[in-house]
Design a protein around this ligand. Structure first.
Ligand code: NAD
Length: 277
């Protein structure tokens, strides 16, 4: 018996990285999965979004745990597309018990050089996309009079960062969405929390701009990420963390063990945030 047996989890950004790990972990513990992602690239980003093959690979991982997986291509910025994805989830499974709003993008520029499009792409995806996903799923959970929601924020929802002001603004906004939604949805027995990952080893941290940031200037590479992340927290020997550590936090937050936990932002950051400024 898995602790999530009979539950259905709707996960955005599920094709790779943390989203894929969340899908596999929740499936391992009994949940059927609705895996949502999009494809392609944005002009304001210096790395690509996931592919349809990535999404199918997530489905294979879910199915290896004996659970069902619906794969849906939908852009969280698109109200109609995310509404159709929720309808497809209900057609396929009849209910949605868990939402993990995890889809997100990253890009970098000094604030005085950041263009409108670069700002807007991150706000639209990382903040408005989270809101639109939650708004689309909430009526089902309200009708069911139960639900567990985890929004993926970041430690950049709790502190600033240099050269990605749009990302920090969006992630601070996600925590505002989380706290407000927890207040509104609590009377419907729906819990809403957020995870705040530190540096996680995924495609979002494995591209040149992040390598250069970690290097303190141009010429960074994969070893710059490892070295930069190692100095980041207070727990000795922890560099860029595997996505699984976030999945384990998500699993606890959506499980009945956390039945009294709502409105909380949970950092998983090797102790980064506790350091004196
Ligand atoms: P990732 O790039 O591997 O995964 C992000 C996924 O979101 C990709 O599959 C991408 O295709 C999808 N996506 C992007 N825009 C989308 C859209 N408009 N509609 C649907 N799907 C979309 O990176 P990740 O590290 O797994 O990121 C997951 C979440 O974790 C993001 O919200 C990110 O901001 C957050 N986060 C990451 C780190 C880190 O260090 N990697 C740290 C803190 C927070």
């Amino acid at each position: 018996m898995g602790q999530l047996d009979g539950k259905v989890a709707f996960i955005t950004g599920a094709a790779r990285g943390q989203g894929r790990a969340h899908a596999a972990t929740l499936a391992e513990h009994g949940a059927d999965i609705v895996a949502v992602d999009t494809e392609g690239s944005l002009a304001s980003m210096n790395y690509d979004l996931a592919t349809r093959d990535d999404l199918e690979a997530t489905a294979k991982e879910v199915e290896s745990h004996g659970r069902r997986c619906s794969t849906i291509t939908a852009d969280v910025r698109d109200t109609d597309a995310i509404g159709s994805a929720v309808q497809q989830a209900l057609d396929d499974f009849g209910r949605i018990d868990i939402l993990v709003a995890n889809a997100g993008i990253h890009s970098m520029a000094p604030l005085h050089e950041m263009g409108d499009e670069q700002w807007q792409d991150v706000i639209d995806t990382n903040l408005t996309g989270v809101f639109k996903t939650l708004r689309a799923v909430a009526p089902t959970m309200i009708e069911q009079k139960s639900g567990a929601v985890v929004l993926t924020a970041s430690i950049n929802g709790l502190e600033g960062g240099q050269n990605y002001i749009h990302y920090c603004a969006a992630k601070h906004g996600v925590l505002g969405v989380m706290r407000s939604a927890a207040l509104e949805l609590g009377p419907h027995r729906i819990r809403v929390n957020a995870v705040c990952p530190g540096v996680i080893d995924t495609p979002m941290t494995n591209y040149q701009d992040v390598y250069d940031m970690m290097n303190g200037g141009p010429g960074g590479d994969r070893s710059s990420l490892e070295e930069g992340a190692t100095g980041y927290g207070i727990l000795d020997g922890q560099g860029a963390l595997p996505a699984q550590v976030i999945s384990d936090a998500v699993l606890w937050l959506v499980s009945d063990q956390a039945y009294a936990v709502t409105g909380q932002a949970i950092p998983v950051d090797s102790g980064h945030l506790v350091q004196p400024g």
